[in-house]
Design a protein around this ligand. Structure first.
Ligand code: F6P
Length: 541
């Protein structure tokens, strides 16, 4: 717990002064012109992830001050307290130990329990993967939030190493269309349902689990005990639901940090024990980097501090994620929960209201798709939105892609990478009015005044971006990338002095939903605000 709130640290005032003097008008193009080694100075290799921060609106002095701020706020001791297992989630009185889940056998917190649970889960995954004996062809994973987004994202990303004959399906939404679409083509005799819920009280998950069980029985399914298993820290509730095989975990694993635990069962089923262990090993390598590298060369620290610089000094309210890999198309959704549920807070750890901004809006889409949708706004809109590009050097299309098709798809990969580089380049350099005026744009109006047209075609440029590079999208590199994001969110949360590990903001909506549900049947609108009462009336007629 920091002794000082970040905005009361003298370094905060120094950062404000530096921002006024240099930061606000900082032009990355001029910085490249003046600093011949800017790329080398602002890029670094962390485990599995190479990061280029050089296209950001930041200079050495700002980063030096941000590092001073981190030291002044005791970032290292806050980090060490988390890694040691202190109850840093103060509002729930819990430790925060997702790092312990990927630690190898050794002197780590809860190491025996972690490895016993891991081996039991991996053995079960192995038995499901043996499809000749298990008879399973489909696995339906039912969970939501942290019990869905991580596993769904990872299974999609690691498709190239997934079991060729097992299909994984993810159902999360209480909207019955989600489950209905998945059940349509399933054979109950060949389907395994995994019910994933840390609390085993989540309305959506329990409703879908009940519906799946009813469907299974109605279709003549036999042996619920064999076809339904659970992953939960509430093993009693899972048993009360009628599930005999539950893979349990602990309250010190936060929902959005749980894909490394038994919540990762669908990942283990999809990619198998060897690859699951590589995912853990990649994350552990990043944990070690975060735990041991001095702050100035520590990638999660640098990214987290850059986030603070942008949010609190530049006033940028949003960050866009652009993974240039189709397998990472759910990464923005995963990161939304990770960052916005963790750092979307308005009080500090002792409950005092904060006078500064916290979590930015995090959003995005896989490249190049996003380019044809919202990139227009990133280039020419009135808001500056830092973009984070993720590129993968070597593609893996799977063993079925060979010969001429392989050649074509490798060529497409070069196009993908060129697009990724071109976007960050365009954001940086923009287009000057004089250059736009000199150009003949083939699709432009021939009758419009040339100066007016050129003003429409001018880009301000100097729009910041970070690029992360992976050699390939492997279990190990993905593990490292996800752990990088987890720690980066910790860093900005630690600077802001907030509890990044609770999520009280989602509770009110859940409680109100429970009270509105019977009113939808009864029509009782007493005490409701006019809008809610009016909408309910329309939904009931
Ligand atoms: O509603 C938010 C939340 O509590 C998330 O934090 C969590 O990941 C999700 O719901 C699902 O919770 P559970 O795993 O307990 O079903």
């Amino acid at each position: 717990m920091p002794a000082t709130r970040c905005d009361q640290s003298p370094v905060w005032a120094a950062l404000q002064a530096h921002f006024q003097a240099q930061g606000a008008a900082f032009d990355v193009r001029q910085a490249f012109a003046q600093e011949p080694h800017r790329f080398e100075q602002w890029s670094l290799q962390a485990p599995e992830v190479f990061a280029d921060l050089s296209k950001n609106r930041i200079d050495a002095q700002a980063m030096a001050l941000l590092l001073d701020l981190a030291r002044d706020l005791g970032l290292e001791s806050q980090r060490d307290a988390m890694l040691r297992g202190e109850a840093i989630n103060v509002t729930e009185g819990r430790a925060v130990l997702h790092t312990a889940l990927r630690a190898p056998v050794g002197e780590w917190p809860f190491n025996d329990q972690v490895h016993a649970a891991l081996e039991r889960m991996l053995a079960f995954a192995e038995s499901v993967r043996d499809v000749e004996r298990s008879g399973f062809s489909d696995v339906v994973h039912i969970g939501i939030g942290g019990s869905d987004l991580g596993p769904a994202m990872v299974v999609q990303a690691l498709h190239s190493v997934a079991h060729p004959r097992l299909k994984l399906h993810f159902v999360s939404n209480v909207d019955g269309h989600d489950l209905a679409a998945v059940l349509r083509d399933l054979d109950p005799a060949r389907t395994l349902f995994v019910i994933a819920s840390k609390t085993f009280t989540t309305q959506e998950t329990l409703a879908n689990a009940e519906a799946a069980k009813a469907w299974f029985l109605a279709q003549g399914g036999m042996d619920v005990a064999r076809h339904f298993v659970a992953t939960s820290s509430n093993t009693e509730a899972a048993a009360a639901f009628g599930i005999q095989t539950t893979f349990g975990f602990w309250d010190w694993v936060g929902g959005r940090y749980s894909l490394w635990s038994v919540i990762g069962l669908p990942i283990a089923i999809a990619i198998g024990p060897k690859h699951f262990k590589a995912l853990l090993a990649g994350a552990h390598a990043m944990d070690e980097h975060f735990a041991r590298t001095p702050l100035e060369g520590n990638l999660p620290v640098l990214l987290g501090l850059l986030d603070v610089w942008y949010r609190n000094f530049h006033g940028f309210a949003s960050r866009s994620i652009a993974p240039y890999h189709q397998g990472l198309r759910r990464l923005p959704a995963y990161q939304q929960q990770l960052e916005m549920e963790s750092n979307g807070k308005q009080v500090d750890r002792v409950g005092e209201s904060l006078p500064y901004s916290t979590s930015p809006v995090v959003w995005g889409e896989a490249g190049t798709n996003g380019q044809h949708a919202y990139f227009q706004m990133l280039h020419q809109g009135t808001d500056v939105i830092p973009v984070e590009f993720i590129a993968v050097k070597t593609p893996d299309f799977g063993a079925h892609v060979e010969g001429a098709l392989a050649e074509r798809l490798h060529d497409q990969h070069r196009k993908l990478l060129a697009n990724c580089l071109a976007q960050s380049q365009a954001l940086l350099q923009g287009k000057r009015f004089e250059d736009a005026l000199a150009e003949q744009a083939p699709t432009a109006s021939k009758t419009l005044d040339a100066a007016i047209l050129a003003r429409h075609r001018t880009f301000a440029g100097n729009r910041p971006s970070t690029t992360l590079l992976l050699e390939c999208l492997s279990p190990r590199s993905l593990g490292a990338l996800i752990a990088l994001y987890e720690h980066r969110v910790f860093v900005s949360g630690a600077v802001w002095g907030i509890n990044s590990f609770d999520q009280w903001g989602v509770e009110l909506g859940k409680a109100l939903c429970n009270s509105l549900l019977p009113r939808l049947d009864s029509g009782d609108v007493q005490g409701l605000d006019g809008s809610t009462a009016g909408l309910m009336g329309r939904l009931r007629t």
